[in-house]
Design a protein around this ligand. Structure first.
Ligand code: FES
Length: 164
């Protein structure tokens, strides 16, 4: 009878110890594994906000009242997806000191506008829209002026802020 009781105690102790080992192993796996899983999948679920100041060119190179187009392109990484943003930024100064920089994306349906010297405006060929030298809508269906980039001058160079 005492052998049987001792055997029951042995089995109970083994079950208890293996239970404790299982719990500890589970905790270790959780503590080590969750951050690793988070690290692996985070680029795919997290949108990375990227902002940068892109140099366009010297402010002194602009002719007052005549917009100058600066083509640009940059890579954007959104999770695992990489794309290239391209465009033309039109810089305009009237006094040689202050500058406004406009996007060339039409605010109607996103066609690309181009500066037209004869019309003295940014022309959109898709629906014959015209924006004035300050980006305002002069003719056509666009609901609002051209978008402007946030702009700064660093060491005489025009820079625009790009965000993704
Ligand atoms: S897209 Fe420019 S006027 Fe329609």
């Amino acid at each position: 009878m005492s052998d049987l009781s001792s055997s029951h105690e042995e089995v109970g102790r083994r079950k208890f110890l293996s239970g404790i080992i299982g719990v500890v192993a589970g905790l270790v796996t959780t503590v080590v594994g969750l951050p690793a899983i988070g690290f692996l999948i985070s680029p795919g679920v997290k949108r990375q906000t990227q902002e940068m100041w892109l140099p366009l060119g010297p402010l002194a190179g602009l002719t007052p009242g005549a917009p100058t187009g600066f083509p640009f392109s940059r890579k954007i990484k959104d999770g695992w997806v990489e794309s290239t943003q391209t465009g033309v930024a039109y810089a305009v100064t009237h006094d040689g000191q202050n500058v406004k920089v406009f996007s060339n994306v039409c605010t109607h349906l996103n066609c690309r506008v181009v500066w037209n010297d004869e019309k003295r405006g940014f022309f959109c060929p898709c629906h014959d829209a015209l924006f004035g030298v300050n980006g305002e809508v002069v003719a056509g269906p666009p609901p609002r002026p051209l978008d402007q980039f946030e702009t700064r001058i660093e060491n005489g160079q025009i820079q625009i802020k790009l965000e993704a």
